[in-house]
Design a binder for this molecule. Sequence first.
Ligand code: ZN
Length: 250
Amino acid sequence: MDLEHHLRYMRMATKLAKYALDHDETPVACIFVHTPTDQVVAYGMNDTNRSLTGIAHAEFMGIAQIQAKFGPLNTEIFRNITLYVTVEPCIMCASALKQLGIQKVVFGCGNERFGGNGSILRIHQDSSTAPENSHISVPGLLRKEAIMLLRYFYVRENERSPKPRAKANRKLDLETFPPMDWSIYLSKDGFTSLFGESLLEYYDKKLDLSEKLDWDLIDKNQDLFFQDLQNKCEQFSLQAAKKPKSQPVS
Ligand SMILES: [Zn+2]
């Protein structure tokens, strides 16, 4: 697995989550990448607050973009798409992604309450729905950044609340993180096959692959990045996809 390649797109998803936060949304976001051409096809941000729609999760917003552009019945395209999302897909989104036949899912932090890629259920690899669409799920990339954005959000929400909840009214913790328990998502063999034997220490010691949090990613304004992302998605067409520029990344 080309870790740096995946990190490049996870950084984009993280910037987009920051953009969502700056626009009064829950900071969860995703990027859909067409692997044969290595191009961004679509993006999604959580839209539940603005739309007051409980199912307007980031993944659904991105899926809607793809379906609007390539047709609702075109599931073929998903077989060549890797999803990069800041938070583990919930059970609903994990199931939708699997039924559409997504190629691979890469995510940041786990979703302890609703996670469908290991935390609660393992939709991406179980036999409940579309077992023929089982796919690889890569956890833990830019996990601290994803957690910190959610902390920013909850502290801000609590400050805005007319009656701040005593329990939630804590100081923003900028330093401590729960251990990265890879075993929730991957067996040791699964970890080795994704990241290689040289990184097994991270699995055993429950460490993040990167010790330092990239503060620039989550503290900078991302308005220009967002414009650029929209342009990229508009430029993508299946016509271009028919002439692969590079080899798919495993
Ligand atoms: Zn979801």
